[in-house]
Design a binder for this molecule. Structure first.
Ligand SMILES: Nc1ncnc2c1ncn2[C@@H]1O[C@H](COP(=O)(O)OP(=O)(O)OP(=O)(O)O)[C@@H](O)[C@H]1O
Ligand SMILES: [Mg+2]
Length: 451
């Protein structure tokens, strides 16, 4: 493999040579003694990392030339990692250099060991960013495997997904309701070496325990009353593909133990069966963020949690990825307008304001549902706050703290959704973009009676 390129910009020939000697085992070294030579080498060799002495000729005791060089380097390639080397008592210059975009600094006299550590990190970071650049080119600008997002939080998620996709380890996807956990699981599958195999999803929260056991592990004929035929389970169905265990936090202690055994041995027995079946499958699991509390309270096995969560992907809630809200809203508008053959092109400015101000407890699913409904309800060519049923005034929250205001809003929305759905809880939960147990919890918390 070729060595990484490192440019040393230093007018003190002795120091420059000393650094070159010390580092040329690890790096391919280029040397420049002033700005013009530095820029020349930069353009020709594109070194990812540069060490830059701030005191360059013609004014070796000042720092102006150094700063100018820094500026020019970053103007040429913003991802270049510049490590500024300063005189002993120039801490404030060092900090100013960081402020101008330098990656790190080091005071003279230069200790090679220290420099090596900084260089190692700088090259590492450069490579990560480089990989990410490639990824972006590959996937287009704001969508990754059907997931929209340009916020730094989402870029991090995309990067993690890309990195872990082809590892063998299980991945645990954590996130609030409606944050895109399932979409992330599908993205991991389609980026992985198992992409040509099946993607088998099973929602552990939606099926009663007795059924879930045979659903997961399958059963032999006669295993229990009603088992007229032999049936392979979902785990077997995921052979050579991906098994996605959704809402894993809902699993009963008995099934937690059984699943743990499967994870350790890669073998299962069907219910009522004796034969051990080897299953080679990639395991993904998802759960909402309450899992940690479930562990503390002893409802979820810690050993299973660590087994599943060798790698953890955390889906950020919508409120932490603000710039994505409009991006998503506009994409949904476009999609639903096309689906409903409506000539709706955009949101009114007031609607945009309302979308940005709204607190989205149901996250993306709630946003999606609301835009869908607005498109259907809208009679004009632009979606208004009224179509979205978003009241743009915040007057009723005045004088309250965030927690109180949130409760007012939650109570309000639940009441309205309940009345629209005539008290039907499943439909209400669906409309609000939360799970049914989630709705129960909220109603209990807010003291809303279930009829
Ligand atoms: N980044 C995204 N870009 C576009 N659409 C998204 C994105 N994330 C989620 N969605 C959409 O939002 C909805 C909810 O996503 P998903 O079902 O993956 O969330 P979830 O976290 O599994 O939700 P729940 O906890 O309720 O099961 C889906 O319709 C999905 O297509
Ligand atoms: Mg889900």
């Amino acid at each position: 493999m070729d060595k990484d390129k490192l440019l040393i910009v230093e007018d003190d020939a002795e120091l420059s040579t000393q650094m070159k000697w010390g580092l040329s085992k690890e790096y391919q070294i280029f040397q420049a003694e002033d700005r013009s030579r530095a820029l020349e080498i930069l353009k020709k060799e594109n070194p990812p990392v540069i060490t830059l002495d701030l005191g360059l000729p013609p004014e070796s005791n000042g720092v102006e030339e150094g700063f100018l060089t820094l500026e020019r380097i970053l103007a040429y390639d913003i991802l270049t990692k510049v490590i500024v080397i300063t005189g002993q008592h120039e801490k404030e210059h060092a900090l100013a250099a960081i402020g101008s975009g330098a990656y790190d600094f080091l005071a003279k006299p230069v200790h090679l060991e220290e420099l090596r550590v900084i260089l190692g990190r700088a090259f590492h970071l450069f490579r990560l960013e480089q990989e990410y650049r490639e990824l972006q080119k590959q996937v287009g600008s704001d969508v990754f495997e059907k997931m929209l997002g340009t916020s730094p939080e989402m870029l991090k998620v995309f990067e993690t997904i890309h990195k872990v996709a082809s590892a063998d380890a299980p991945v645990l996807i954590l996130g609030e309701s409606g944050t895109g956990k399932e979409l992330a699981a599908r993205a991991i599958h389609s980026q992985s070496v198992w992409r040509d195999g099946p993607f088998v999803a099973i929602n552990c929260g939606a099926i009663p325990e007795t059924l879930l056991e045979s659903e997961l592990f399958g059963h032999e004929k006669g295993a229990f009353t009603g088992a007229h035929i032999q049936r392979p389970g979902r785990i077997e169905a995921a052979q050579k593909g991906t098994l996605f265990l959704d809402e894993i936090g809902e699993l009963s202690p008995y099934l937690q133990a059984k699943l743990l055994r499967f994870l350790q041995e890669n073998r299962i027995e069907r219910v009522g069966g004796r034969e051990e079946i080897f299953v080679d499958t990639r395991i993904l699991a998802a759960t909402n963020t309450e899992i940690e509390q479930a562990i503390t309270e002893g409802r979820f096995r810690e050993d299973l949690f660590y087994r599943l969560g060798v790698v953890v992907v955390s889906m950020p809630p919508l409120r932490e990825r603000e710039n994505d809200i409009l991006l998503l809203a506009k994409a949904f508008l476009k999609r639903f307008a096309a689906e409903n053959t409506k000539r709706i092109a955009s949101f009114t400015p007031k609607a945009i304001q309302a979308i940005e101000r709204h607190n989205w407890p149901g996250n993306i699913r709630e946003l999606e549902n609301r835009v869908r409904r607005a498109v259907i309800m809208s009679e004009g060519t632009k979606v208004t706050p009224a179509d979205l049923e978003l009241n743009s005034s915040n007057a009723k929250y005045e004088g309250q703290d965030l927690k109180e205001a949130r409760e007012v809003l939650e109570r309000d929305m639940i009441h309205r959704a309940l009345s629209r759905n005539k008290g039907h809880l499943t439909r209400t939960a669906l409309e609000l973009g939360i799970s049914r147990p989630g709705l129960y919890d909220l109603m209990d918390k807010l003291g809303i009676e279930r009829k």
